[in-house]
Structures are given as structure tokens and as C-alpha cells.
Design a protein around this ligand. Structure first.
Ligand SMILES: NC(=O)c1ccc[n+]([C@@H]2O[C@H](COP(=O)([O-])OP(=O)(O)OC[C@H]3O[C@@H](n4cnc5c(N)ncnc54)[C@H](O)[C@@H]3O)[C@@H](O)[C@H]2O)c1
Length: 471
């Protein structure tokens, strides 16, 4: 569904009207077009607190983009070879002397060296002079160390990064810019590329104020083709005939995967269309059928020889206040949104249909984080997805990861059916003052599915434009 207010507010006459009335003007967000378009263009500014050790890895990644790289005088940790890689040698800037017109598409700050709360001043020193110099749809990435792995003084400072990132995200959102925080465990530095490429790119258009931790893990085998990172992989996507599921199928196929698109037999026509469009396979199965895990496993074994990525997107709402909720609203919803996920995963794992280094990805919701009036069943199922993700990450073996995304307000048939006032509130109550697109959820899933994301497991990434709802 299109956002009429956003269109009007960005029209030549609407711009002056909304500014005269002091109303928000939701920026038109930049999104990834072709698979091979650069992940970062324009000017990128890198900085680090004293003692930081992640900027070298950042340089390696940014060097692969056409962005012009600038750095502040602070990063003593940056070796000559890293600077040479980014061709940044000539681009040292003095933050006190920046021209008014200067705009950075990306700001990356390595805060890993901040060892106590006094040293948090480094955040002010770096960001204060450039807070007004972030380009439209700019990207801020802050890197730190997981607080739970630090001594108390360092943990205090590293945890403070979360509050800083979330507040900065709120300040820059009106121009479509987002800020995210990546904690990198010691030893996980070689795995930072996938996260940086995502958080610096248009792919994270609606992922804002998130905290992702990269844990130590084996490096992925072979070189990743970042334009087609899922080449030679098979992905199963449930609920793929429309909405977010169809977008996930398209984005995974764009990234090179052979997609098996699953939906209920009643949606077969739409499902066939999606599968044909992306050169995938259609599988008409109702995941509430007791036999569906066997049907799915047999299909994958026979047609594709196994599966590498499983995205549990199929989901329903059956809203009613608890007092008025008929029992079939509870039972059916729970079966689709939570029980089926576990039944299918159990089958694919126990029979090794899911290959080593596989990816299990669930679709939760901010409703599962914040709760929602009339959604006790839905919120319970979606919180369950998060709990299942965390618990399973502790037992999975063979390099298999499990993660979830939690969408906020996404423009789909599900949200188009909401009453006008609730829909408008859902759309505007976030830092970007707009709803997300199904593609935004799909891009976050593709990031978690990437072979380079093997240091990320047990986590839930919200795709909600920093919704005011939830923590
Ligand atoms: N749209 C949003 O704003 C939003 C927000 C948060 C979370 N989500 C979640 O994202 C997912 C997709 O949402 P959407 O808005 O695209 O919904 P949608 O209703 O457009 O699509 C859901 C799909 O799941 C399929 N499905 C339902 N029951 C099934 C079953 N028993 N077996 C197989 N397939 C089945 C449907 O046929 C449909 O194609 C859901 O899990 C939803 O809870 C959506």
C-alpha cells in the first residue's frame, strides 16, 4: 500500500505546507536496486577512540566500495597499509575546520578502545562536529566490544554505546539516515565484513538503532562473491506467495539462491507466479498439516538435494481481546506462527536435510517485544520465536546459525487491512516517520543468510525504523 502523506509531503507544494505546519516530512528512503550496485558511495568518515583495534578491518571493507574515505587524526591504531588500502592517505580531515556544505554518506566510529566511562568523551569529540553533516539516507555505524565479555569499567562504557546509538538514530532519522551498533567479540574481526556491508548500504534502509554482536566462528569456506553471495545455495521460504514472503523469495533469488517458495494450496496460482518469476520452485503445502514436515523434507531431498537457508515467514493474526478470543483463534495461530517452525526444523535437522553452515531464520514481530492490545496470541507466538532463536543457537552444531527478524510496521496486505487511525499511528511512530517495505525485511534476512554472517547467531534484528514501540 502506498503512503499518500509521504508523497504529498515530498511534493513541491507539500514541502512548504508541512514545514509551515511543523509536521514531519518522511524522507524518501534509498533502497538497493541491482544486486551489483555499490554498497557505499559518496564520502565516508572513519574515526576511532584511542586503543581501538577494529578500524583496520573497516578500512579493508570500505576499500571495496567506490566511496572516498576520510579519517580523523585520532586513529593511531590505523596502520600505513590499511590507509593505503582505502587510498585514504591524502584524506585526513580536521573536524574543527569542515566546510558547512560537507556531507558524509557514512560515519564509522571504532569505539572498541573505550575502556571506561571517562573515555566516552571520544564519542562527543568525533560526532559533535559532524552531527549536522550526515547526508540524506546516511549511515552511522559504531563498533564496540560485547559488554558481557568486558571488565566492569569497560562493560559500563561499552553498554553506554547502546544509549548513544539509539539517541543519535532518533536525531538523524528525519533525513532518512540510520545509526546501528556492532559489537565485535575479540577474535571475530575477520567476520565483520558482512555486517559492515549491510549497515553501510541502502539494504538497511529501515533497520535503525539495532545492536548486532559478531561472535567468534570459523571463517566461511572459499571467497564470497558479494554481488551473488547465495550462489549455489538452496533457500526454502514459507508464506512466499505474497507480501513479505514474496519479497524474501525475490531478494534471496537476486542474491543467487535457488528458492523453494512454499504456501498453502489455496494460494497456488500466486505462488507459481512468484516461483516462475525468480526461477524457483513452488511447493503448495499447508504447514499445519501433520505430514507437512515430511512432505517438505522429501521435496527438498528429491528436487534440490537439501537446503541451506530456511526462512519461516508464514504467519497469521487472529486479533481479539483475550476475554473474547475463541479457542480456535489461539490454536490455529500458535500452530502456524510457532509450532510449525519447530516441527519443520526438527525434521530438517534430524534428517540432515539442512546442510552444514545452514541458516535458520524466523520472522518475529515488534508485537512480540512490546505486546499489543488484542494480540495476546500473536505476541506470545512472536516472543516465542525470539526465545526459540536464542535457545536453539546454544545447541546447533555444524556451523548452522539461527536468527530472527522482528518487523515493525511494513506496508503489506496485513497492515492495509488495519483501521485508518491505527495504521497511521503505526506508520508514523518511528524515527523515519514511515512504514517499511517488504524488501526491507527481505534485505535483513538476506544479510543473516549470507555465508559471511556466520558469527551472528541467536539474535533478533528489528526492521522497524526504530519504532517507538518496544525497547
Ligand atoms: N506486515 C507487517 O507489518 C508485519 C509486521 C510484523 C511481522 N510480520 C510477520 O511477517 C510475516 C509475513 O507477513 P505479511 O504481512 O507478508 O503477511 P501476509 O498475510 O501477506 O502473508 C503471510 C503468508 O503466509 C501464508 N500462510 C498462512 N498460513 C499458512 C500455512 N498454514 N501454511 C503455509 N503458508 C501459510 C499465507 O498464505 C500468506 O501468503 C508474518 O509472519 C507476520 O506475522 C508482518
Amino acid at each position: 500500500m502506498s503512503d499518500l502523506y509521504q508523497k504529498v509531503a515530498n511534493s513541491p507544494w507539500g514541502k512548504s505546507l508541512v514545514s509551515a505546519m511543523n509536521l514531519p516530512r518522511p524522507a524518501i528512503l534509498e533502497r538497493q536496486g541491482r544486486a551489483d550496485s555499490p554498497f557505499l558511495e559518496g564520502q565516508a568518515l572513519l574515526g576511532a577512540a584511542q586503543g581501538g583495534s577494529l578500524l583496520e578491518a573497516v578500512c579493508e571493507v570500505v576499500a571495496a566500495s567506490p566511496a572516498t574515505v576520510f579519517y580523523t587524526a585520532q586513529p593511531a591504531s590505523l596502520s600505513e597499509s590499511a590507509l593505503a588500502k582505502t587510498k585514504a592517505r591524502a584524506n585526513e580531515v580536521d573536524l574543527a575546520k569542515l566546510e558547512d556544505t560537507r556531507r558524509f554518506k557514512a560515519l564509522v566510529f571504532d569505539a572498541s578502545g573505550i575502556a571506561n566511562s571517562l573515555e566516552l568523551r571520544a564519542l562527543y569529540d568525533f560526532f559533535h562536529p559532524v552531527a549536522r553533516k550526515i547526508a540524506k539516507c546516511g549511515r552511522v555505524v559504531i563498533l564496540g566490544r560485547p559488554p558481557e565479555k568486558c571488565d566492569p569499567a569497560k562493560a559500563t562504557a561499552q553498554k553506554a554505546l547502546e544509549g548513544f546509538t539509539r539517541s543519535l538514530a532518533k536525531e538523524i532519522g528525519k533525513t532518512g539516515a540510520v545509526a546501528n551498533l556492532v559489537y565485535v567479540e575479540e577474535g571475530a574481526e575477520p567476520l565483520v565484513e558482512s555486517a559492515l556491508r549491510f549497515f553501510l548500504s541502502p539494504k538497511c534502509a529501515y533497520v535503525d538503532a539495532q545492536v548486532v554482536t559478531i561472535q567468534k566462528a570459523a571463517k566461511p569456506k572459499g571467497r564470497i562473491d558479494w554481488n551473488r553471495p547465495l550462489q549455489d545455495q538452496v533457500a526454502l521460504v514459507t508464506g512466499a506467495s505474497r507480501g513479505i514472503g514474496a519479497a524474501i523469495a525475490r531478494v534471496l533469488a537476486r542474491d543467487g539462491a535457488k528458492v523453494v517458495a512454499l504456501d498453502v494450496p489455496g494460494a497456488s496460482d500466486e505462488l507459481e507466479k512468484v516461483a516462475k518469476e525468480i526461477g524457483g520452485l513452488a511447493l503448495a503445502v499447508d504447514i499445519t498439516d501433520a505430514n507437512s514436515p515430511t512432505q517438505i523434507a522429501d521435496f527438498l531431498r528429491k528436487e534440490t538435494g537439501g537446503v541451506d537457508i530456511v526462512v519461516h515467514n508464514a504467519g497469521v493474526t487472529r486479533d481479539k481481546t483475550l476475554a473474547r478470543m475463541p479457542e480456535h483463534f489461539w490454536d490455529l495461530l500458535m500452530d502456524i506462527n510457532l509450532n510449525a517452525i519447530q516441527r519443520i526444523n526438527d525434521k530438517l535437522l534430524s534428517e540432515e536435510v539442512l546442510r552444514k553452515q545452514g541458516r535458520l531464520i524466523g520472522v518475529s514481530s515488534i508485537g512480540g517485544i512490546a505486546g499489543n492490545f488484542g494480540q495476546t496470541n500473536y505476541a506470545a507466538s512472536k516472543a516465542g520465536v525470539i526465545g526459540y532463536t536464542e535457545a536453539m543457537s546454544r545447541v546447533l552444531k555444524g556451523g548452522i546459525t539461527i536468527n530472527a527478524v522482528a518487523p515493525g510496521f511494513i506496508e503489506t496486505q496485513m497492515t492495509a487491512a488495519m483501521p485508518f487511525t491505527i495504521r497511521e499511528a503505526g506508520r508514523r511512530m518511528n524515527s523515519l516517520s514511515q512504514g517499511g517495505q517488504p524488501q526491507d525485511v527481505a534485505e535483513a534476512i538476506a544479510f543473516l543468510a549470507n555465508p559471511g554472517s556466520n558469527g551472528i547467531s541467536g539474535q533478533t534484528v528489528r526492521v522497524c525504523g526504530q519504532s517507538l514501540i518496544g525497547k
